[in-house]
Ligand binder design. Structure first.
Ligand SMILES: C[S@@+](CC[C@H](N)C(=O)[O-])C[C@H]1O[C@@H](n2cnc3c(N)ncnc32)[C@H](O)[C@@H]1O
Length: 193
């Protein structure tokens, strides 16, 4: 079986186990993954933290964009996908953890500064309290200088206007990727600098 087919099968199997927790039936396209990775300024200081890596399409795009393995921390909650990622990216630090524990996870991993959080988390299918709990930690973790990169299948910002104001964030839709199932928008958030 080709690597691509193998990873797609793993993804579909995870989706069949828990569709809402996966948020998508298929991995992101390479075009979407590249669009996410291109938002990271690799010359900025700090770690790049990927949330919800799935079978690693965005992970690969981040590496291809020039981010070195020592700068990348990957987080995936689903045990079988985590094992798949570890097998396929043996040089990376890949943690099996819930993004709801983000601050603790970063502190245990010794991450002091975050350049960018690159998130594929399925905010649209999460209960509001969980989504907010994760977003609050993302906002704290980026400090004043980091950014959050998030894709969404929705037409609106995945962090709504009231939440943006409460978090002190400014958001911008930077890319629409038609060639993805379904088509997706990439948003970038920062603290207004
Ligand atoms: C839409 S998939 C994206 C996968 C991959 N990044 C891609 O673009 O193909 C969302 C991923 O987030 C993971 N996930 C969902 N909730 C999570 C959480 N609270 N903490 C960590 N990972 C989570 C799921 O297991 C799934 O692998």
């Amino acid at each position: 079986m080709s690597t691509h087919l193998n990873s797609t099968c793993h993804f579909i199997a995870a989706w069949l186990r828990s569709p809402l927790k996966m948020g998508a039936a298929l991995p992101s396209s390479k075009l979407l993954a590249d669009a996410m990775a291109q938002q990271v300024n690799i010359s900025n200081e700090g770690a790049v933290v990927e949330l919800g890596a799935g079978t690693g399409v965005v992970t690969q795009a981040l590496l291809d964009s020039g981010i070195t393995p020592d700068k990348l921390l990957v987080i995936e909650r689903e045990k079988q996908l985590h094992a798949f990622l570890q097998e396929n990216f043996p040089d990376l630090q890949i943690l099996c953890a819930d993004a709801l524990e983000l601050e603790n996870v970063l502190s245990s991993a010794g991450v002091q500064k975050v350049n960018a959080i690159v998130s594929s988390l399925p905010f649209l299918s999460m209960p509001d309290a969980v989504r907010r709990g994760i977003q609050e930690q993302m906002v704290k973790s980026i400090g004043n200088e980091g950014i959050i990169i998030q894709f969404t299948y929705g037409l609106q910002s995945p962090i709504n206007t009231n939440e943006l104001e409460a978090y002190g964030l400014v958001g911008k839709r930077v890319k629409f990727v038609l060639l993805n199932v379904p088509p997706a928008h990439v948003w970038v958030y920062n603290k207004g600098n």
